[in-house]
Design a protein around this ligand. Structure first.
Ligand code: ADP
Ligand code: MG
Length: 240
């Protein structure tokens, strides 16, 4: 397969993959809603960070994306903003529908952080976010899921417990069309690959999948190949 690689000199972004959309320079260029713009300004997110400039239009174009950029570079918003757009383009949730988007991340702290960030925007577009993580009672999380949610942020182990709970009647992944593997290198290091693959195998193959990571070690490439289809790979700074 032909691979196009080029470097955007200013921010040192390397893009690999066919037909990647051009980077955005400001929020208006990726079509954020008026409400989202207000929230971005309120939190002093004046313009997109380097990874956001290229990952947001790539994801919004519907492609699978691998985004690699160091910790603190704004990867969370790079998958959240396209996620809201993706969900709002779908029919609303029916009575017993499971989520439309699932975000997997290795630790409870990260899951709670992502949930907090997502909730800054979710209310204004009338979407629900539920955080599913281990090390705490499961019943309250089950109750939350039963009320219905478009978005689940989860750690892999507890998500699998949820899929098994009550013979799978708590939630199902049949409607999931947007999957995020966040901090993928840490999930990999912590040995969560089997759990992640079990979640992935419960989601329809025609989903959109995005993977974000601070590093992209060679051993992770096999996982990426199994999970993503013709991804655009975006890397800020050198490969580590
Ligand atoms: P990463 O996942 O790459 O480690 P985060 O998504 O957690 O990074 O973002 C790091 C910090 O940068 C957070 O405090 C976040 O609120 C902030 N941030 C994200 N995007 C922007 C932006 N466009 N402008 C300013 N700050 C931002
Ligand atoms: Mg992160």
């Amino acid at each position: 397969e032909e691979v196009v690689a080029y470097r955007l000199s200013m921010d040192g972004i390397v893009v690999k993959g066919k037909d990647c959309p051009r980077p955005i320079k400001n929020w208006a260029q990726c079509g954020v809603t008026k409400k989202e713009m207000t929230i971005l300004k309120k939190h002093d997110y004046m313009k997109p960070t380097a990874i956001q400039t290229q990952a947001i239009p790539a994801i919004m174009s519907g492609r699978d994306v691998i985004g690699i950029a160091k910790t603190g570079s704004g990867k969370t918003l790079a998958f959240l903003l396209p996620m809201f757009r993706h969900i709002l383009d779908q029919p609303p949730l029916g009575e017993k529908d499971g989520p439309i988007a699932v975000i997997c991340t290795p630790t409870r702290e990260l899951a709670l952080q992502i949930t907090k960030e997502a909730k800054k925007f979710a209310k204004s577009v009338d979407l629900n976010v539920v955080c599913v993580y281990g090390g705490t009672g499961i019943s309250e999380q089950i109750a939350e899921l039963k009320r219905g949610t478009e978005i689940i942020v989860c750690t892999p182990g507890r998500m699998i417990d949820m899929l098994a709970a009550n013979n799978g009647n708590v939630t199902n992944l049949k409607r999931v069309t947007y999957l995020v593997l966040d901090e993928a290198d840490r999930m990999f290091d912590m040995g969560f690959e089997p759990q992640v693959m079990l979640i992935v195998d419960n989601i329809r193959p025609d989903r959109q999948t995005v993977l974000f990571s601070a590093t992209f070690p060679r051993q992770m490439e096999a996982l990426a190949r199994r999970v993503l289809v013709k991804p655009i790979e975006i890397q800020v700074g050198g490969r580590s």
